[in-house]
Design a protein around this ligand. Structure first.
Ligand code: TYC
Length: 118
């Protein structure tokens, strides 16, 4: 079981942990420190050559989209130039980008996929 100590009682660099009898004041953190995980958006970019069906297939295969969602995202990218495939931790996002880029290259399509920190 973890017991939260007041910040002033937590050990700092060079602290031997013995604060006894020195009248140190205690300031507790009032706001809970909720740290959100670092997440990344995976984006695909429009181009003039990659077939629409191929992009839909990519979204179904690598981003678990159903046909309707995949079609919506593909058309958004076609009309606006860029669109979001999903949001992932760094390592998962990196893997998705590699999978898409490798698959597009194997099929000789110029489709580009990138990640950006959210
Ligand atoms: N613009 C492409 C076409 O007209 C379709 C396309 C959509 C390409 C999305 C890439 O990420 C993309 N065939």
């Amino acid at each position: 079981m973890m017991i939260a100590l007041p910040i002033s009682m937590q050990k700092e660099k060079g602290d031997d942990g013995d604060n006894a009898g020195r009248g140190t004041s205690v300031i507790t953190r009032t706001k809970p420190k909720t740290k959100r995980p670092n997440v990344y958006r995976v984006l695909i970019l429009n181009d003039d050559y990659t077939p629409m069906d191929f992009v839909i297939h990519i979204l179904e295969r690598f981003f678990q989209k159903d046909r309707e969602a995949a079609t919506r995202i593909m058309l958004h990218v076609h009309n606006h130039g860029v669109g979001e495939c999903g949001i992932y931790t760094y390592e998962v996002a990196e893997t998705k980008v590699s999978q898409v880029m490798d698959f597009a290259r194997q099929h000789q399509h110029p489709l580009q996929c990138v990640m950006e920190k959210k």
